[in-house]
Write a protein that binds this ligand. Structure first.
Ligand code: PMP
Length: 284
């Protein structure tokens, strides 16, 4: 029986319920995080919880738990559900109140978390994925990890309908990010990704991959790039907490380079997996 955590209690998922007046449901008034589980341990939970605090502060939801408290309850979910590889999802909404747009005078945030199994080290998508390009129609604060994601729902549905694994979002031909991932290309041996701003989510995997590239002596440049540059790239890749580093071999049906995972991409994927194994290794 799958166990989740809701407002301070561990309960069977089937019994976890929230009000129809929860502002997360009514307005998408909430934020979330997803962290990977590797070797039965949370990966980079500290970095995810720093971003959670930033998202909460950006929309003035008071923080309900310390990072240590979040880590303890997330790890407990991993243990109770027997997850070796997978993820923990956690969400905080402004809470339950009469439906009125402005913040309620007094309200307690709704918090919940659940865990899921997912193959991470043996992800079949590591053989190469297809992207489908869509116009980025999201709001102007994509750095806030908001649960209001209708634009991504539509983008990823369009990708799925086109037989692609992920959407590649762009504004007038300039790439912003993947539907739920950071987008990268390799050009003249240099790894490119868009610089941080309100235009994209500050990916935790993005940060780690920039660090790993520096350690491996792979040159990196943070600048925006176009769909044309993607089509002509030596390599294209996406990153996210629960896909790590995935090679892109097709965009809108067109083959990228020679249509096989690129060497820099696979070096970074291997380095990412090695780091994950080291960080989550249990001391005997
Ligand atoms: N951009 C968007 C829009 C996302 O939803 C995600 C996944 N959370 C990412 C980027 C990648 O972020 P992270 O590496 O922290 O998972």
């Amino acid at each position: 029986m799958a166990i989740c955590w809701l407002n301070g209690q561990f309960v069977p998922e089937a019994q976890a319920q929230v009000s129809i007046f929860d502002r997360g449901l009514l307005f998408g008034d909430g934020v979330y995080e997803v962290a990977a589980v590797f070797g039965g341990r949370l990966l980079d939970a500290d970095r995810h919880l720093v971003r959670l605090e930033r998202s909460l502060a950006a929309i003035a939801i008071p923080s309900t738990h310390s990072a240590a408290e979040w880590v303890a309850l997330m790890q407990s979910l991993v243990d109770q559900n027997g997850i070796d590889e997978g993820l923990v999802y956690l969400q905080v909404t402004r809470g339950v109140a009469e439906r009125d747009f402005a913040f309620p005078a007094s309200v307690t945030p709704t918090c919940f978390a659940y865990a899921r199994k997912k193959a991470l080290s043996g992800d079949p998508h590591a053989h190469g994925i297809a992207l489908h390009t869509v116009a980025d129609i999201r709001w102007a604060r994509r750095d806030i990890k908001s649960v209001a994601m209708l634009a991504q729902v539509l983008a990823k549905q369009a990708a799925k309908a086109a037989g692609a694994y992920e959407a590649l979002m762009h504004e007038d031909g300039v790439v912003t990010e993947g539907g739920s991932s950071t987008a990268w290309i390799v050009q003249h041996g240099t790894l490119l990704t868009r610089p941080l701003s309100h235009d994209i989510l500050a990916g935790i995997t993005r940060d780690v991959v920039l660090e790993l590239a520096a350690q491996a002596g792979i040159p990196t440049v943070e600048r925006a790039f176009t769909l044309n540059e993607v089509r002509q790239a030596e390599e294209c890749l996406i990153t996210s907490a629960t896909s790590f580093v995935l090679p892109v071999t097709r965009v809108d049906g067109q083959v990228i380079a020679d249509g096989v995972p690129g060497p820099i991409t696979m070096r970074l994927r291997d380095a990412y997996l090695a780091r994950a194994a080291t960080l989550t290794a249990r001391s005997a």
